[in-house]
Design a protein around this ligand. Sequence first.
Ligand SMILES: [Zn+2]
Length: 420
Amino acid sequence: MIKHFTYLLYTGLLCIASFSSVHAQQQCATNAHRNANLAANPALVQKRADLETFTQNWIADQQNRGQESRVVETVSVVVHVLFKNGEENISDAQIESQIDVLNEDFRKLNSNASSTASGFRGIAADTEIEFCLATTDPAGNPTNGITRTQTTVDNIGDTENWYSTADGGKDSWDYTKYINIWVCDLGDEGLLGFATVPDSADPPESDGMVIGHQFFGTTGTAANSFPNELGRTVTHEMGHYFNLEHIWGPDEGGCNEDDFVSDTPNQFTETDGCLSFPAFDDCTTSGNGINYNNYMDYSYDECMTMFTEGQKMRMLAALNGPRSGLLSNSCAPVVGVNDRPGLIQVQAFPNPASNHLTIQLEEGVQLNGHRFWLSDAVGREVLELAPQLMMSIDVSGLDSGIYFLRSDAGINATRILISK
Ligand SMILES: [Zn+2]
């Protein structure tokens, strides 16, 4: 049962409805699903408690070690589009726009990062997690990481049918190796989406997240979904998937339960809209106030700008614990068919770059008759390059994000970060 919250402010005879209608009801049903699953399956309660112990120990251990061995990890996403009507059958481009947002937000390459409130900029994190649409399906066949299923079930995301092909939904791909995202109709109750926190899915095959198609990506059916039109519903739900709580904690109002993250201020309940720094509430009444820019709050998409360093460590604990199967199924884009040891080496600098990028190829590379280009994280060509051993490239027209140097000339993969 999904709880709905209504906010009504009465002052004498005046009724001040200062919250927009979409925010008058619960946006994220992650806690409702978790609570229902744990109530129906008490073994999960102990599993979750054990996971919390693991998480705190893992974080303490990492803090003792420093950052000696950490690398950027890329995890495979499969998007299951469930549609009854045509408009719910969203385009590949809309799906790719969501993967872009995830990569920008999780790598702190989001274009609004600079608008993070001054008191919190110092703890805004690059989580070092990247996302890619799956390139290989569970049977080992090439895939674009998208499945499409027509259904006769109304509002299928608001039923228990979404994860079952037999019931009009779509069976998950191996939930230990892929992040399964079902994109569908969630009804008109103001619900944007929900995710399964680790060790809470019941049945396990329902693990992943369910997102309303109007809140997935930034184009197509999402383009007019203000204030949730910038793809941050999925950034938020991905935080839950990697074991983040709402920034106000698992309670729905109060100061006794926090979010188990040391650097996020205690917060009473969700915020709404776009607050100004500093913002205080019943739980945090001084200092920098509450972290309303956090992806795990309910602020408008345009005002969400950050995860904290503490949240990053909690997510990395999940990635190295209950989500570690993802690490064996990375889908980092392959540079042509040549991403193998022994091929020609490439240097790119500075990396990250902002306006100019230099690419230095090893002597001996065959330039004649070969193409060189930059692609974005999902493989779309964004810039063709004139082949030379030393290429000076104007990248001022590219958005912040992750790019790859690609060629058919037998070069090794080169990941390039553009950061404005
Ligand atoms: Zn949530």
